[in-house]
Write a protein that binds this ligand. Structure first.
Ligand code: PHE
Ligand code: FE
Length: 286
């Protein structure tokens, strides 16, 4: 996995990293900003610089415009200051968590417009690759688009939809939607496809790969198709799904998923790299 991790709690038999003993019942904790070392702030700065330099021509316009809201690029932002700016614009907040949290707790926070951000940063030797999401992935990857009103509403709706999916036993189908939009989504622009997914935007190598490489498939967004499609957690994606706009994403996911889950359950899964008959692929950007 290259810059991001699956949205499930813990990784197989390894316990999750981070101090869960100090978390509250809703899994939030203090950021403990004072405890970051100068080396940790410097690591954030280097990660930020490397990614920011790659954004032109690869990231979508909305992301590039919003990334400045993160504040000073030379140190790990204070979540309380960031939340103040965010709340004023889209009524979202960021809250600290010790790392990956259980699905239901995650959905609940999103439904309350509180985005959980891991409070620890990777080690210097994990500069290119970290197995679990850290503060850089969570902040740089996810927070800029929370400043976009339509995307902000999509994230809240996703959280509420997650609570419902838990009751319906449909979390796997919903997780695929998250994976192929919030984490690895591409969007059309007048100049070709661009990235909006956090897993891509926080990855050193996958950003260019997803937008420009002739290798992966780029398929127009289709809700049920996505819910049937498996994904890779330890390599670059074999397929990316492309939306026309955030409004399209919001509108397509607005209807009640209950009958949709039923239909999807009745159909076979699709392997990560499969192209279905009749599917048109989009070209990479140049
Ligand atoms: N409309 C979905 C439902 O009824 C909720 C949802 C919205 C899920 C947006 C994901 C994203 O379950
Ligand atoms: Fe993520």
């Amino acid at each position: 996995n290259l810059g991001v991790a699956p949205v499930t709690y813990g990784q197989g038999d390894r316990p999750p990293r981070g101090d869960y003993a100090r978390a509250r019942p809703d899994y939030t904790c203090d950021q403990d900003w004072e405890a970051y070392t100068a080396e940790e702030h410097d690591l954030y700065r280097r990660l930020y610089e490397r990614q920011a330099a790659q954004l032109p021509g690869l990231a979508c316009r909305e992301f590039i415009e919003a990334v400045q809201h993160l504040g000073r690029p030379d140190r790990i932002p204070r979540f309380d200051e960031l939340s103040e700016r965010l709340y004023r614009l889209t009524r979202w907040q960021v809250v600290a968590v010790p790392g990956l949290i259980p699905e239901e707790a995650f959905f609940k926070l999103l439904s309350e417009r509180r985005f959980p951000v891991t409070n620890w940063i990777r080690k210097p030797e994990e500069f290119d690759y970290v197995v679990e999401p850290d503060v850089f992935h969570d902040l740089f990857g996810h927070v800029p688009l929370l400043f976009n009103p339509v995307f902000a509403d999509y994230m809240q709706a996703y959280g509420a939809g997650g609570l419902k999916a838990s009751r319906l036993g449909a979390c796997e189908m919903l997780a695929r939607l998250y994976w192929y939009t919030v984490e690895f989504g591409l969007i059309r622009s007048d100049d070709g496809v661009r990235a909006y997914g956090a897993g891509i935007l926080s990855s050193a190598g996958e950003l260019r790969y997803s937008v420009c490489s002739p290798e992966p498939h780029r398929v127009p967004f289709a809700l049920e198709r996505i819910m049937r499609t498996r994904y890779k957690i330890d390599t670059y994606q074999a397929t990316y799904f492309v939306i026309d706009s955030f409004q399209q994403l919001f509108d397509a996911t607005e209807p009640d998923f209950t009958p949709i889950y039923e239909r999807v359950r009745a159909q076979p899964e699709i392997a990560a790299g499969t192209v279905l008959p009749g599917e048109t692929l989009l070209s990479p950007a140049r």
